[in-house]
Design a protein around this ligand. Structure first.
Ligand code: TXA
Ligand code: MG
Length: 326
């Protein structure tokens, strides 16, 4: 394939990106959370190419991105609670897992054959403009090789996927910096947090007026391709830089790059003032910077982050970055 093009986030760039997508091409684009690797969610070949470009296991389903709630309702069945959440948090960093409608034309690869589909209406103006120009659902996982650090800048996308995708639309750094919160419903109708992310748990519980169950709904099951986590994609090791990662550090050990937060001063810092919103926005860029500074022999240590608000999403990503590698 030819070189990956970098498109400007202007009318011409967005029109060019939409054209590539209509031809079955893969285009990375900015969302408020991270850059997504977009492909036509109705096109089996385009969706298969997303998995190949990322080296992503096929049992791990993708999020379908839509321009608005009306388009989302064409793909899935919304009840009153799902509509309340959509009204409150869309457009924005919330993904809803809902029963898939029949006859939507969505590629079965998007849902990995599940009876549910993950839907999201992103807030980023460039993502919204692209979805309108393209005119259909875009399957879009984070635009990074599977298991590696998610991209929050066009340069991060190029570092991981250059030569494997048609283009990236450069919309600058992502404001939220961690992926969307994923919320699903148990068979009894109870809401369940499947992945902490850009919408804080506390805000979801306030909107629902009840506590959320947290984490995968049941035991892991085995498939031909290996263990299949109940909440697909929630594999232990993820977001992995090359260097090993240590958490809850208050000082740097030998050969370690310390990433500070609040009172813990580091070689780098997620937020000197202890601001979790700033820390989330910086997280993946700092992880890359720290990896670069650590070099082939070094390691990365992170200061403690409070487990509240966006801190839950940050700690989730850091625990996966620190998890034993397969
Ligand atoms: O912020 C985001 O959500 C970004 C941007 C690009 O929108 N996208 C993103 O996609 O993080 P990805 O593929 O990296 O993560 C999607 C997650 C995976 O963990 C996948 O297992 C889960 O969503 N997922 C997708 N469909 C699902 C379903 N039907 N049931 C449960 N989990 C699902
Ligand atoms: Mg991802």
């Amino acid at each position: 394939m030819e070189e990956t093009r970098i498109l400007q986030a202007d009318d011409a760039g967005i029109a060019g990106a939409a054209r590539l997508l209509r031809q079955g091409g893969l285009v990375a684009f900015p969302t408020e959370t991270v850059y997504g690797l977009g492909g036509d969610a109705r096109d089996d070949r385009a969706v298969a190419r997303i998995f190949d470009a990322k080296g992503r296991p096929r049992f791990n389903p993708l999020i379908a991105h839509l321009p608005d709630l009306a388009k989302a309702e064409e793909l899935a069945l919304f009840d009153d609670r799902a509509r309340t959440l959509a009204a409150e948090f869309w457009p924005g960093p919330l993904t809803l897992v809902l029963p898939l409608r029949e006859g939507t034309g969505l590629s079965a690869l998007v849902t990995a054959g599940l009876p549910t589909v993950a839907l999201r209406v992103p807030a980023h103006p460039v993502a919204r403009a692209l979805l309108r120009a393209f005119g259909g659902p875009l399957a879009a996982p984070s635009a990074n090789p599977s298991g590696r650090v998610s991209p929050t800048r066009a340069a991060h996308v190029m570092a991981g996927l250059s030569g494997r995708i048609e283009a990236v639309v450069d919309g600058g750094p992502c404001a939220v910096g961690v992926e969307s919160t994923i919320l699903g419903f148990d068979p009894d109708g109870g809401p369940r947090l499947l992945r902490p992310g850009g919408v804080a748990l506390e805000a979801l519980e306030a909107a629902l007026g009840r506590p959320l169950a947290i984490g995968p709904a049941g035991p892991e099951t085995e498939t031909e391709t290996g263990p299949r986590p109940n909440a697909p994609g929630q594999l232990a090791s993820h977001y992995a830089p090359a260097a090993p990662v240590r958490l809850e550090a208050r000082a740097a050990g030998t050969g370690e790059i310390l990433v500070g937060f609040g009172p813990v001063k580091g070689d780098l810092t997620l937020s000197a003032t202890g601001d979790l919103v700033e820390a989330a926005a910086q997280l993946f860029h700092i992880l890359r910077e720290a990896d670069h500074l650590a070099g082939p022999q070094g390691a990365i240590a992170f200061a403690p982050i409070p487990e509240a608000g966006l801190g839950r999403a940050i700690n989730d990503r850091l625990r996966r970055a620190a998890a034993p590698r397969p």
